[in-house]
Design a binder for this molecule. Sequence first.
Ligand SMILES: NC(=O)C1=CN([C@@H]2O[C@H](COP(=O)(O)OP(=O)(O)OC[C@H]3O[C@@H](n4cnc5c(N)ncnc54)[C@H](O)[C@@H]3O)[C@@H](O)[C@H]2O)C=CC1
Ligand SMILES: O=C(O)C(=O)Cc1ccc(O)cc1
Length: 367
Amino acid sequence: MDRRVLIIGVGLIGGSIALAIKKEHPDACITGYDVQEENGRLAERMKIIDRCASSFQEEAVTSDLIILACPVEEVERKIAQLAELPLKPHAIITDVGSTKGKIMKESRKLLGNKAVFIGGHPMAGSHKSGPGSARVHLFENAYYVLTPNSPAADEKLSTLKEWLKGTGANFVIMDPEEHDMVTGVVSHLPHLIATSIVRRVEEHAEKNDRVRWLAAGGFRDITRIASSSPAMWRDIVKQNQSSLLTLLDEWMEEMKFVKELVQSGDEKDLYRYFADAKQFRDALPVRARGAIDAFYDLYVDIQDKPGVVSHVTTILADKQISITNIRILEVREDVFGVLRLSFQSEDDRQKAKICLVQHGYETYLNM
Ligand SMILES: NC(=O)C1=CN([C@@H]2O[C@H](COP(=O)(O)OP(=O)(O)OC[C@H]3O[C@@H](n4cnc5c(N)ncnc54)[C@H](O)[C@@H]3O)[C@@H](O)[C@H]2O)C=CC1
Ligand SMILES: O=C(O)C(=O)Cc1ccc(O)cc1
């Protein structure tokens, strides 16, 4: 197998793919190109990629594998630009974009080229972004959709799977239109709904500050994804417009039904509505590892006292527990804030929890 890989867009997904490729193919030279130069440099410093380049065109013509890992509108533009280049005859071009229909249509421009295009979408990720959040295990046990665009691309499927073996993902071939409808149902529409819930709550919070304090538990669970990259989601909605319009019509019907249910107050119907949803959700398969589990975060309530943050970090340093990220998240009525500590492993997170609790801190695994 040839050994030059180019990743265009070294953020959460590009960075995680780079780590997974390196794990299985340590000899491969992985170059990253990112329009935000600091992301490329950070990925290089973190040894996520071997080197970063300042022009993707120069790198593309000598690469055996090109992975487009930028927002999906940009994936389309990059395909058109790559189609103009004298790419290596056996090169494979793939992407990781959350939509496939428009990208696959655009990929026809590459058919005149001897390189092949195989669309890709790892069905795992997070609301975090940037190379600092990249994780080698992000895609473990997740489904990874592949959409080859030609018989020549079919022939290269096994080579691409070999490159991506380190992801630990389960590959599945899908038709691009079916992909966009299914991801519309399970990912893109839920994202719009989560975001709209946050916007409703924000409006209420402007009138009553207590809304902010009480926005906990369930609200946080169903709106976590609303903290994702706005640029990425702007592009997904633009690319999957037609599926989303159909799904939004269905959603409005569902809300009409819910309104009638609430209005009727019928105990049996209300119970059934919740029970049916619980039964379906409880039966959904759970993934053993990866995605959100790859982020070992611990939340700690901290009081408004000088030196409290350094007290927390000193307790952990004394126990030789490394923190990979630290952030003060929000202000509540009775406390100064919530500290979010990120660790490299579940083991570190559990150790940190135990020693912080011993020192009287209140900690949570989720917010
Ligand atoms: N975040 C997630 O959970 C998942 C995202 N995806 C897809 O992966 C792709 C990347 O998303 P993330 O890694 O999450 O976002 P990210 O924001 O972490 O990384 C995207 C990177 O692309 C770079 N970029 C933007 N425009 C560029 C351009 N013109 N040329 C070169 N680089 C450019 C950005 O500077 C950034 O570093 C998107 O297409 C998204 O739809 C797929 C599965 C999961
Ligand atoms: O954060 C989460 O739970 C996600 O669902 C992440 C995600 C975002 C976009 C995708 O195309 C696939 C996965």
